[in-house]
Design a protein around this ligand. Structure first.
Ligand code: NAP
Length: 298
């Protein structure tokens, strides 16, 4: 076997064994040989392991932090639902990358602020994969402005997407997680440090994110008896389209408030989501809000 082939096989073995551990964490029967072809009496792992890992819905996965989360989960062999609102092309690209990395993926357009879209998102997930193990509520928007000038529409759009959307996704998600016995599931909600600290110019956004933190704690309490854990992540400033809108002048000021003196990367947030969503070691964490912000909030 060439060095390259050996390394591909090694990474396929690692992926399959991670996927098995994660499936075991979700109470699934472990089926080690599925998707593993046998050649001349010798088991040879295919370069694209058949993905049968946990089913993970990631909202707003076409760009930025959500795309990095979807890919990080997909690379472990998870079956990922890549949700988007308008960016069909980028969402398809994320799904293609997940499949190339050994996971499986479907792409579903749905506005998380619309009840019927949320229900359809779960229906398409159940039709494709038959179960839901993880929900990552990442989709979010900003409509910034000082409160004295904030229009009701600015307020409502942000609340609908960033808070009501998370509520509906959690309500429907916990229902679907309850369909397979024994019930198990993990929810990760992407909040923000401004949900903890407040922020001038973001009355709508900080109220929505603070709401997500309260909702997370309530879900953790209501669903602990059903083995569904729910945590929030509060990023500080992360390099994405959302922060690119701020411009270099504001960025300079922001950097003075970050002890690590840089923006975070989407992949850094994705690593934490992967831990909370899939790692067996995270099974005893629930109701928490973890800041990932270069030291802004401590
Ligand atoms: P982004 O680059 O603007 O991407 C937003 C994503 O959300 C896109 O995939 C977008 O889909 C999707 N989306 C927007 N509205 C949606 C809706 N109604 N239904 C479904 N999907 C929708 O944002 P980001 O910076 O990656 O932020 C991701 C999350 O992290 C958000 O919740 C944000 O509040 C939070 N956050 C970000 C930062 C930061 O510094 N970047 C800091 C703290 C918290 P389309 O591509 O189809 O529009």
């Amino acid at each position: 076997m060439t060095t390259a082939a050996a390394s591909v096989t090694r990474s396929a073995v690692t992926r399959v064994s991670k996927s098995l551990k994660q499936r075991a964490a979700f109470g699934a029967a472990v089926r080690p040989t599925r998707g593993v072809p046998v050649t001349a009496g010798r088991r040879v792992l295919s370069t694209r392991a058949e993905a049968d890992g946990p089913v993970c819905i990631v909202t707003g996965a076409s760009r930025g932090i959500g795309a990095a989360i979807a890919l990080a989960l997909g690379e472990t062999g998870a079956r990922v639902v890549v949700n988007y609102a308008a960016s069909a092309g980028p969402a398809e690209e994320v799904a293609a990358k997940i499949k190339a990395a050994g996971g499986d993926a479907i792409v579903v357009q749905a506005n998380v602020g619309q009840e019927e879209d949320v229900k359809r998102l779960f229906k398409e997930t159940m039709d494709a994969f038959g179960e839901v193990n993880v929900v990552v509520n990442n989709a979010g928007i900003t409509r910034d402005g000082l409160m004295m000038r904030m229009k009701m529409q600015q307020w409502q759009e942000v609340i609908d997407t960033n808070l009501t959307g998370v509520f509906m996704m959690c309500q429907e998600g916990t229902k679907m997680m309850g369909k397979k016995k024994p019930v198990k599931g993990r929810i990760v909600n992407i909040a923000s440090v401004v949900g903890v600290t407040g922020n001038a110019g973001q009355a709508n956004y900080s109220a929505a994110k603070a709401g997500v933190i309260g909702l997370t704690k309530t879900i953790a309490r209501e669903y602990s008896g059903r083995n569904i854990v729910c945590n929030a992540i509060a990023p500080g400033f992360i390099a994405s389209d959302m922060t690119a809108e701020l411009g270099p002048e504001i960025e300079k000021k922001i950097l003075t408030t970050i002890p690590l003196n840089r923006y975070g990367q989407p992949e850094e947030v994705a690593g934490l989501v992967k831990f909370l969503a899939l790692d067996p070691a995270a099974a005893y964490i629930t109701g928490q809000t973890i800041c990932i912000d270069g030291g802004m909030v401590m």
